[in-house]
Ligand binder design. Structure first.
Ligand SMILES: Nc1ncnc2c1ncn2[C@@H]1O[C@H](COP(=O)(O)OP(=O)(O)O)[C@@H](O)[C@H]1O
Ligand SMILES: O=C(CO)[C@H](O)C(O)COP(=O)(O)O
Length: 416
């Protein structure tokens, strides 16, 4: 018996097959530089193909995570009818005043990048001529490709759409808004993450060798999968994902939701995963340096020395957390002559943003951060870890596994 976890991140997709005792049996990976439904679909099937046949023949459960807030609109055959809107797409800022007219004040959907703002934008800007249209998250759509049930989501992905994760239902304001669209838009039915949805389609079982009883489970988001992979499980455990973006997650007894700072709480068992996601992070580093340069230049940085450079590293205007402002300007000046000094300033500044983020969660009533795990491509940078340790005076722990795909595989295992 094996479980397969699949992670669709910002710069690539990965798959990990786990045994019941959580040993990695096989893995696959593919990079992409563009995100379209076609590329997602090709990547999904390439990942399956990369797993040895005898591994695929033992897989009983599959769970997929996608980037949270990446959404698409499909026709009743599951074909995307417009470009997907990525997690950080802030075109919703043009219709935010109208969004606020239908949503409760300070609700986390009152944000230019929320899934609801994107749905609202689709509704305003597309000519929806042959309804109904299914609004889906990236992970929902990828799950559909495997099990064929259109219109199923999980309550992690559905949070930014406005799903009420406390009462496990769509709130009245959202149902009313959809009713007002006269059945043009169908919201997904929402399951608990990890809940079995449906078996893998027979044609895919025949093609890839999955057993006929292999079930696809409801998925989760990329940074919750990274949280699960870390092994963090106690109140006060935090996980920072240093991927293309910077995402903070803190296991808390209390929920905190505040759209002013881009802070929201995912339901996690009988506790809360409080946090937020910033547009700063590895994508900015990758813009200036190759991974090899990052590795080499980092060795020239003395992490005990605080860099005086005070940047707000962004690739374009706008951030989501800890400053939720679609018009926030990047700050990347002054630029020192030596590239290692520039990198030091970037790493130091991202560490400051991380620290302000945890501080903000605490100020707003989340359980205090007691220990920290790190995930994602930046977690392997030892100098950066030491810089971050200067800003966050809590013990740093090694994650069980640094990859979100491992967390999704654990989620799939949990459904057995
Ligand atoms: N040595 C390094 N130091 C800091 N960041 C790094 C290093 N190597 C890679 N990265 C960053 O890691 C990011 C990729 O991490 P990954 O977890 O794969 O991201 P994602 O899944 O969000 O695309 C890249 O944006 C890259 O800049
Ligand atoms: O920034 C992202 C891309 O890597 C994340 O998908 C993201 O927005 C985190 O969301 P969540 O907290 O809902 O998992």
């Amino acid at each position: 018996m094996l479980a397969l976890g699949i992670d669709f991140g910002t710069s690539g997709a990965r798959a990990i097959a786990l045994s019941e005792d959580r040993q990695v049996v096989a893995q696959g990976e593919c990079a992409y530089s563009q995100q379209t439904p076609q590329i997602w679909q090709e990547s999904l099937f390439s990942l399956l193909q990369q797993l040895p046949l005898d591994c695929r023949q033992q897989i009983d459960r599959i769970a997929i995570n996608g980037t949270s807030g990446t959404v698409l609109l499909c026709d009743r055959a599951g074909q995307a009818i417009a470009d997907p809107l990525m997690y950080n797409d802030d075109r919703g800022k043009s219709i935010l005043p109208q969004v606020r007219e239908v949503t409760p004040s300070h609700h986390s959907v009152n944000s230019a990048t929320s899934s609801f703002a994107k749905l609202f934008w689709y509704d305003r800007h597309l000519q929806l001529l042959a309804p109904p249209y299914y609004f889906l998250h990236q992970a929902d759509w990828l799950g559909f490709l495997l099990h064929g049930e259109l219109g199923v989501s999980d309550y992690h992905n559905a949070l930014k759409l406005g799903y009420d994760v406390q009462h496990l239902c769509y709130p009245d304001w959202l149902s009313l808004w959809v009713d007002g669209k006269a059945n043009r838009i169908i919201l997904p039915e929402v399951s608990a993450p990890g809940e079995a949805i449906a078996p893998v389609l027979p044609k895919l079982c025949a093609e890839y060798g999955f057993p006929t009883g292999c079930l696809v489970c409801a998925g989760t988001t990329d940074s919750i999968a990274a949280f699960m992979a870390s092994g963090a499980s106690h109140v006060g455990d935090g996980v920072t994902s240093l991927g293309s973006t910077l995402v903070l997650k803190l296991l808390s007894d209390t929920a905190v939701d505040d759209a002013r700072y881009g802070i929201y709480s995912h339901r996690f068992g009988d506790r809360w995963l409080v946090g937020g996601a910033s547009n700063t992070g590895g994508a900015v580093l990758r813009h200036f340096f190759s991974d090899r340069e990052l590795d080499n230049l980092s060795r020239h940085i003395d992490p005990q020395q605080e860099s005086p450079l005070d940047y707000y590293p962004l690739l374009g205007r706008g951030d989501r957390f800890p400053i939720n402002d679609p018009n926030l300007e990047p700050r990347l000046e002054p630029r020192p002559e030596h590239p290692a000094d520039f990198l030091h300033g970037l790493l130091e500044s991202i560490a400051r943003i991380e620290s302000i983020g945890y501080q903000r969660l605490w100020e707003l009533g989340a359980s205090p951060l007691l220990q920290l795990y790190s995930a994602g491509g930046g977690a392997k940078n030892n100098q950066w870890t030491k810089i971050r340790q200067r800003h966050l005076s809590v013990p740093f722990r090694s994650p069980l596994h640094p990859q979100a795909a491992y967390g999704s595989a654990c989620l799939a295992l949990s459904s057995l």
